[in-house]
Write a protein that binds this ligand. Structure first.
Ligand SMILES: [Zn+2]
Length: 76
């Protein structure tokens, strides 16, 4: 567990990760979003870019990405 955390922090510091998501809910958002911090570590996924998350079928977080979420929900 600790090992995973350390390696994730390293790529974040390197600027390679900008977004975090929830594997189960299929939602992505900012790394420092409160809803992301509350989720279980085992459900957390990380994305280097937004496109990566979208391509995997994730939707924007309604709280930290309000504008993106609004344009996403307009598609339906
Ligand atoms: Zn969020």
């Amino acid at each position: 567990m600790m090992h995973i955390k350390v390696s994730v922090v390293r790529v974040i510091l390197a600027g390679k990760i900008c977004y975090a998501g929830n594997r189960r809910l299929k939602i992505y958002g900012m790394l420092d979003c409160a809803c992301g911090k509350r989720m279980k570590m085992e459900n957390r996924v990380f994305f280097a870019c937004e496109r990566e998350a979208v391509e995997l079928g994730y939707r924007p977080c309604a709280r930290c990405m309000k504008e993106k979420y609004a344009s996403w929900s307009r598609k339906f």
